[in-house]
Design a protein around this ligand. Structure first.
Ligand code: NAD
Ligand code: ZN
Ligand code: ZN
Length: 379
């Protein structure tokens, strides 16, 4: 089959690789019909994540049609089912799965590396499981993971159940926005876009989005979000304070470690001091009111030095974070994926390209060229 394969920093290629086959009794094989590129894939692409191996198949936002089902998954799935595959692999019955902390599944966790649940297409720290930017995908724990969706509507209606929608939903729930309250969202990539819309849906009164990219701000504005261009002002956190008085009740960091630094940071980087990937996180911390909540959906890895723990302590900020527990939220989201489209899922994907064009698609998405906000590949 054809698959998107990681060869090194900024080097993904579409290679011919062996077809996957059933290995464990509860595996299924899915023929992929749509598979999205995620901001998290940019961390792999940019070489920021360790324990990638040349030859790894990437991708963790797939959907398609079930082709084969092992005997252990036949109560849940049958060939021909249309399914979306969550990015984390969970068993549904271990200690953490029983608490609906599916991203911490002990059955699939890489105990060798001390990490949480295995992820599709995401480094050997998280199981080294072949990913879903491919024609076919072997789905472990298929008695639990795959989400069955109805026939009829286009893939883009359901595809974002794999990651973007549950991640954004969790970000908003964890942000604990008071009814009618204000939430500031740093980063208006797909996760930030959906966090804004879900915040309104769940009762926020005011949503302020911060992102330097004009078309991303424009998309958010179409959905009722006030926006701030951090490049046009000295300090976006001061602007959030100015707009809200005391700061936002809750702040979501939907940027993560691809954060564009301020001019000051680029000076630091060129002088080879510590590379600061926490620009957005720091601004997010500066934007939250005393006693408010900071919800991190942006991914960080490793140790971040110079973390202003004292400021968080003084402001009595609550901090919540983590990989999305995908299946925890999908039953809440699926009923919203209707023709009325209250979350606007049909206003997110900007590009649909053949799988064969994955190298160009990654390059475009990383550079935020051609208005790329969410790129879907079609195998
Ligand atoms: N927690 C989870 O389970 C989970 C799941 C999916 C994605 N993520 C993470 O969420 C983050 C966002 O994902 P995405 O797909 O939306 O990615 P993305 O790269 O498309 O979005 C990031 C956005 O942040 C903006 N940005 C960069 N620096 C900024 C700054 N200093 N201030 C404000 N905005 C800034 C960029 O312009 C971009 O629009 C990534 O870190 C990704 O790894 C987490
Ligand atoms: Zn993703
Ligand atoms: Zn489990």
């Amino acid at each position: 089959m054809r698959a998107v394969v990681w060869h090194g920093k900024e080097d993904v290629r579409v290679d011919e690789v062996p077809d996957p086959r059933l290995v464990e009794p509860n595996d299924a094989i899915v023929r992929i019909t749509s598979t999205a590129i995620c901001g998290s894939d940019l961390h792999l692409y940019g070489g920021k994540v360790i324990k990638m191996k040349e030859g790894d198949i990437v991708g963790h936002e797939p959907m398609g049609i079930v082709e084969e089902v092992g005997p252990g998954a036949r109560e849940h799935l049958e060939p021909g089912d249309r399914v979306v595959v969550p990015f984390n692999i969970s068993c549904g019955r271990c200690y953490f799965c029983e608490q609906e902390l599916f991203s911490q599944c002990e059955t699939t966790a890489s105990h060798e590396h001390g990490k949480g649940a295995s992820l599709f297409g995401y480094t050997h720290l998280y199981g080294g499981v072949p990913g879903g930017q491919a024609q076919y995908l072997r789905v472990p724990q298929a008695h639990f993971g795959p989400i069955k969706v109805p026939e009829g509507p286009p893939d883009e209606r359901f595809l974002f159940l794999s990651d973007v929608l549950p991640t954004a939903w969790q970000a908003v729930v964890y942000a604990d926005v008071p009814r009618g309250g204000t939430v500031a969202v740093y980063g208006l990539g797909p996760i930030g876009q959906m966090s804004c819309r879900i915040a309104y849906h769940l009762g926020a009164g005011r949503v302020i989005g911060i992102d330097p990219v004009p078309e991303r701000r424009a998309m958010a504005e179409r959905h009722g979000v006030e926006t701030i261009d951090p490049d046009a002002i000295e300090d976006p956190a001061s602007e959030v304070l100015r707009l809200t008085g005391r700061g936002a009740d809750a702040v979501i960091d939907a940027v993560g470690m691809e954060a564009e630094g301020s001019k000051f940071d680029s000076v630091m980087q060129t002088t080879k001091l510590q590379m600061d990937r926490t620009e957005a996180l720091r601004k997010a911390m500066g934007s939250v009111r005393r006693g408010g909540t900071l919800s991190l959906s942006g991914v960080y890895v490793g140790l971040e030095q110079l973390f202003p723990l004292g400021d968080l302590f003084d402001k009595q900020v609550q901090l919540r974070m983590g990989q999305a527990n995908v299946r925890r939220w999908t039953d809440d989201i699926l009923p919203l994926l209707t023709d009325e489209d209250p979350l606007g899922v049909h206003d997110l994907a900007t590009h649909r390209l053949p799988l064969e064009q994955a190298p160009e698609a990654y390059e475009m998405f990383q550079a935020k060229r051609d208005g790329a906000i969410k790129v879907v590949l079609a195998p």
